[in-house]
Design a binder for this molecule. Structure first.
Ligand code: ZN
Length: 441
């Protein structure tokens, strides 16, 4: 729990503190009713284009109508709830996040951002403030499609479809892990129009917006460990991934063959993995932002045995960084070290192709405004990188500047035990409301 400030708040801070407090029942009711309607017995199960995602969307829409917002949907089921501003012609803010969840997920991943948007609207209404321009709250569909759909696709279906950066072929190559049917079929069955998905032509008119703001729970432990309720996101890390790397050596007798004649795929791969770890540590020590993960590493248990020198290892490599040059450096380093170790140890590495997802840098002006706002509202906050992907990156990639507010959350995310304190959510939402109100001082 954040402690109460030990000095009297200036007038603006006091006004927003009071108005957010008055608005919080909106958040409490939405979190409670949506959780009760969309569980799977373990956690939340708001499957993209499934019945529970629609129920959550309907409950949000009903609340938006109670708040007298203008409500529309696009052909992909995304929900837009707009509070008219003083000047309806000039571009306004669009805020929100995704409505869906992973299977047996938590209640706050995604949903917190949509609820924060509606609670910010209620905050402005409680404070008697009309935003300078329209404020639109967006409930995005199918951000978590990767958790439900196998096959070649990049997730984030709702936002990318609306922004015109979703290749339509992904709707056919994404196959539902339970039904075996395509995303296109599920989207159609849910009453929406996958045929309207066009690359280079979105349904959102970006000229109507000055930027995207997304409040989201932090899905790592940093804010909790450092004792801060709110983070201002610097960038969403991009990634460089080699999904199917192979080291090929030679199967031989483990007793009869001396080491100098072996081509041991396990020892060669382990050396590569350690050399890459050492280089990643060096990059971080010199100020670079980097995570390095070997998510899979296996021999063929049917072919290998205790009496065999192992002849093959399969593995994958993932780097994430806010900085594209760091990703490029590590990708090149992996290739050069694989070649060296291959020659030294008489094995062959095939790392395959690295697929690169560009980092999404948050807008420096928006970030500065949020940091100033946190100080003005007496909300303890820090700068923080996002290791996880979010809808915000799709807006950045489509050309709209964006910013994100993280809220402290315990027990990680993508599980049923996510635990965001509503007192922390209130602080994050207060900052969001201040931002969309035009940053009053
Ligand atoms: Zn999320």
């Amino acid at each position: 729990m954040p402690s109460a400030p030990d000095h009297p708040l200036p007038a603006v801070a006091a006004r927003f503190a009071h108005a957010t407090r008055v608005a919080m029942p909106v958040a409490q009711e939405l979190f409670d009713t949506i959780a009760a309607a969309t569980g799977d017995g373990v956690g939340m199960a708001r499957e993209p284009y499934g019945a529970n995602e629609q129920k959550a969307s309907d409950l949000l829409e009903a609340k938006a109508r109670q708040l007298s917002l203008e409500v529309t949907r696009d052909p992909f089921g995304n929900l837009y709830m707009t509070l008219p501003g003083a000047d309806r012609q000039a571009p306004g803010w669009i805020t929100g996040s995704h409505i869906d969840s992973v299977p047996s997920g938590g209640n706050f991943d995604g949903l917190a951002g949509v609820v924060a948007g509606l609670t910010a609207v209620a905050t402005l209404q409680a404070a008697g403030l009309v935003p300078p321009n329209d404020l639109t709250v967006m409930g995005v569909r199918a951000e978590e499609a990767s958790a439900w759909y196998a096959g070649a696709h990049g997730g984030h279906i709702g936002s990318r479809a609306a922004l015109g950066i979703l290749p339509p072929g992904e709707l056919d190559s994404a196959i539902n892990s339970r039904s075996g049917r395509s995303l296109r079929e599920h989207m159609t069955e849910a009453g929406f129009s996958p045929d309207r998905v066009q690359q280079d032509h979105g349904t959102i008119d970006l000229a109507r917006y000055r930027g995207w703001l997304e409040l989201h729970i932090e899905q790592g432990p940093v804010l909790e460990r450092l004792g801060l309720p709110v983070g201002v996101v610097t960038a969403i890390r991009g990634s460089s991934r080699a999904r199917s790397c192979r080291c090929t050596g030679a199967y031989t007798h483990s007793g009869a063959v001396p080491h100098e004649y072996r081509s041991d795929a396990v020892l060669a791969t382990v050396e590569l993995v350690h050399r890459l770890e050492a280089e990643a540590a060096r990059v971080r020590a010199s100020g670079g932002d980097l995570t390095y993960t070997v998510g899979k590493l296996f021999t063929d248990a049917g072919l290998h045995s205790i009496t065999k020198v192992p002849g093959q290892v399969d593995f994958c490599l993932e780097y994430r960084s806010q900085e594209r040059p760091v990703l490029d450096h590590m990708t090149g380093w992996a290739r050069s070290q694989a070649e060296r170790i291959g020659a030294e140890r008489r094995v062959t590495f095939d790392l395959g192709t690295f697929s690169v997802q560009e980092p999404a840098t948050m807008d420096p002006g928006f970030r500065e405004a949020l940091s100033l706002g946190a100080a003005a509202l007496d909300i303890p906050a820090m700068d923080i990188a996002s290791g996880a992907g979010h809808d915000a990156q799709d807006f950045v990639h489509a050309g709209l500047p964006a910013a994100m507010i993280f809220v402290r959350n315990a027990n990680g995310s993508h599980n049923a035990d996510e635990a965001m304190d509503l007192a922390d959510f209130e602080l994050g939402t207060r900052l969001l409301a201040w931002m969309v109100a035009g940053q009053p001082r």
